[in-house]
Ligand binder design. Sequence first.
Ligand code: 3HC
Length: 682
Amino acid sequence: MNTTLPAAILSIEGDIAILAINHPPVNALSQVVRESLVKGMTQAQANPAVRAIVLICEGRTFLAGADITEFGKPPQSPSLFEAQDAIELGNKPVIAAIHGTSLGGGFEVALCCHYRVAVPSAKCGLPEVHLGLLPGAGGTQRLPRIVGAAKALDMITGGLHVKAAECLAMGLLDELVPEGQLREGALAFARKVIDEKRPLRKVRDLDGKMLGARAHPELFVEFRKANARKFRGFLAPEYNIRCIEAAVNLPFTEGMQTERKLFLELVSGPQSIAQRYAFFAERQAAKIPDLPTDTPVVKVAKVGIIGAGTMGGGIAMNFANVGIPVVLIETAQDALDRGLAVVRRNYENTVKRGRLSKDAMENRLALLTGSLNMQSLSDCDLVIEAVFEDMAVKKTIFAQLDAIAKPGAVLATNTSALDVNEIASAVKRPEAVVGMHFFSPANVMKLLEVVRGAKTSNTALATAMDIGKKIGKVAVMSGVCPGFIGNRILRARGLQAQAMLMEGCMPWDIDRVLYEFGMPMGPFAMSDLAGLDLGWSAATSQSSTIREVLCEKGRRGQKTGAGYYDYDEARNAHPSEVTQGIITEFMQRSGQVRRDISDTEILERCLFAMVNEACKILDEGIAIRASDIDVVWINGYGWPVYRGGPMHYADSIGRRVIADKLKAYGTLMGADFHISPSLEKS
Ligand code: 3HC
């Protein structure tokens, strides 16, 4: 007999009860799910015929965590703790049957079950740290009791999704059951538990794994030190560590109190609010209101990439990583060989770091071929042009491609700033042309700007967005304008940074302020890394800007050991007297008088100029929503996610306040500076 609950069905097979949760899309632990857990467990416990209970989920995944949309709202009963107690403190063994992802609160529920089985494709983890949180339903207390403090630190502060086989090896799972046979496997396991009269094993009672860390508290000191750079600016990792320390040193119930107190602090704090916002913003970005969800996409079975430079090679790796064959086109054999060798070296480094097996590397490399003949693109479903930024060259290439590419193929350009409409004008099928702007290093950076041209078809757009997701990128749509969303905002910041050099700041002053704000580096360190000679030519250089003079002096960035900064052998940056001299000379020549510029002014002029540009991007419809801009800056430029992106940051300060400040800076902002109409009105 089946009992229907708000988000589950309870059924009985012989002496085993099966509680099957069904709450699409990801079985998050919303109020109805918690209620179903409490009711289902209570009924199964009360039924004298039942001797074991299997907790399983319908749909694509096991419980994927607490319902994040409920945070910050008044709590609704029953609480997650009540649901967990209904499982753990009952007098019948409960077996969690896991498929998909058992994450956060979902895994914390599984840890309250007395046994856990999973299919091999399942993953488990406590990813709360990515939301600026800590596992707040006992995860920080139970997980270390199974895997020990050292592994718990890695898993929890890294928010890792751990594969089932590894979970089994660590004791987080008791058994793997065949793929596709979770229900049968879990029932068979439950049978064993009954027949062998296995005990009601409660993770909270385990202590053995805590002894090692209790005797070696330096473990925590060392862990903090080793990860200081990675955790810089974030509150949650430290709070997670404190909870694991509590698990090691305090009785379970006291550890739970520490976890609760720190969780409540985090969940109401600005960092977690920003990180939760970013989570939903990322998912929003995939949705384009005027693109019907049933738009057909091109099935991408083979990709062509024109240009085997750093960018082309990096882009190619993304496709090889997911099993899609790629042909890389170059004009000369040595350039092709160099490009393929760089790709091989990148993979070899990943193998050395233990993050890829040698076999997997060879499989991926086997998917990459090189060619000097554009005709090799004739069977590609998607071609991405990744040559240097020269409109004439790009148009010539697209015209050639037009004659070669098969009908229906999507023709993409990786341009970072040029007019996609003009590039599309070089072909007879402009509807097939779309921008796919990857960020360097293209095999690492998560962002993909998908640029919709005036004539881009829905299918070309949908294909670019779809394949972006398949290769693990966060795809954000942008309209056509110089620099699109990301680089256009970068330029607005750069103009202020350059202007402040002429008013009395040194590059390291500006970089320091932005680094302290949480950026991975400031604009000058970034220019040094990218190379100051990008787009510079000795033949046309006229010593008219600081950058030109630096390049003329051979200071072309990190690669030459000097740029705005001096670099030592370990590539550490040091303030440079040469650069200071050049800047001072420029100031004297233009009659500028040095003034003291506060850190606040540096920050405001850089960031508020970015916000202003972002608002213009919205005013012009280049971005379709404010949160898309935030997704671009978080994933493409390292804007600290705990500050939620430039638009979220603007809202946290108040757009009106920003508009007033910008007005107060007046002419300092530059002769061409205008406040965005929408910011003005705010
Ligand atoms: N709460 C509310 N909604 C959620 C959610 C959650 N925990 N997880 C996913 N969703 C929503 C998404 O917003 C999305 O909604 P949409 O369709 O309206 O845009 C939908 O579910 C599908 O999500 P994805 O597009 O991300 O689907 P994928 O299949 O790509 O990924 C997933 C599935 C791996 C489960 C991924 O959604 C994910 O990582 N979810 C978050 C997991 C997590 O962080 N859990 C911890 C939550 S905090 C917690 O548990 C606190 C506890 O310790 C007390």
